[in-house]
Design a protein around this ligand. Structure first.
Ligand SMILES: [Zn+2]
Length: 170
């Protein structure tokens, strides 16, 4: 499987997390190396599992408490920046029919709580990429090549001419 095919497989597996742009039909871009693709896939998997399994208590219009599924999060772009992976979040869309009976203010509050949880997943995925070689997926560290920061294992760093951050400070 080529790198492009692996990326296409992730997009295919999580179509709600990676929706096509409704105007252009383009799917989100995952512009990172092969070593990080499993982390990107697991992050999308965690988001999809969150929507499928989590339930939020929201005050209903009639005063009763409603249980609703979280809004569907989406990712618009995945790329490397300053050595680690960054995820650009897109819109979070409510798909639960039950929200029609929810108090709008309480629903807004629930959306913020859901957003915090999604941010936590993103934070954890970004953290994992800071200790994982982007080239091969083995444990890695932040390294540098002429000011370009990356996360690489010692072997890939050597092959790709990256040096430790300290030795590049001149
Ligand atoms: Zn490596």
């Amino acid at each position: 499987m080529t790198h492009e095919e692996k990326i296409a497989a992730i997009l295919d597996r999580f179509p709600f997390v990676f929706p096509a742009n409704p105007n252009t039909g383009n799917r989100p871009s995952i512009g990172v190396g092969p070593g990080w693709l499993p982390i990107v896939a697991e992050c999308a998997g965690a988001m999809q599992s969150f929507v499928a399994k989590a339930l939020f208590l929201v005050r209903g219009k009639n005063g009763e408490t409603k249980l609703v599924s979280p809004p569907q999060p989406s990712i618009e772009l995945v790329r490397q920046k300053l050595g680690t992976c960054r995820f650009l979040l897109g819109t979070e869309t409510w798909t639960d029919d039950g929200i029609a009976e929810c108090d709008p203010v309480a629903l807004h509050d629930a959306a913020l709580r859901c957003h915090d949880q999604v941010e936590g997943m993103i934070f954890f995925a970004e953290y994992l990429t800071s200790i994982t070689c982007e080239t091969c997926g083995r444990p890695g560290n932040l390294v540098s090549r002429k000011g370009f920061l990356a996360t690489r294992c010692p072997e890939c760093a050597k092959k790709e001419n990256f040096g430790s951050i300290d030795s590049n400070k001149h």
